[in-house]
Design a protein around this ligand. Structure first.
Ligand SMILES: [Zn+2]
Length: 68
């Protein structure tokens, strides 16, 4: 993935939920540090009910936590 390419909102949501593969997540996180547009978009997603609902969804709660 090109770091200069902005991810779509679904990809951002998956990143914020910690559901992206580690390699992809690392690249996106680096992109967010450099891209004000994506940073503000991710804040909007964090603030949205949709993400909150997704986090609280039972099927997500049962997924194993990926640490480190
Ligand atoms: Zn971006």
């Amino acid at each position: 993935m090109d770091i200069k390419t902005c991810p779509d909102e679904k990809t951002l949501s998956l990143l914020l939920l910690g559901k992206l593969p580690e390699l992809q997540a690392e690249k996106l996180e680096e992109h967010l540090l450099r891209c004000d547009d994506c940073a503000s978009r991710s804040e909007t997603i964090i603030a949205s009910d949709e993400l909150t609902n997704a986090i609280q969804a039972p099927e997500l709660a049962r997924l194993p936590q990926l640490e480190e």
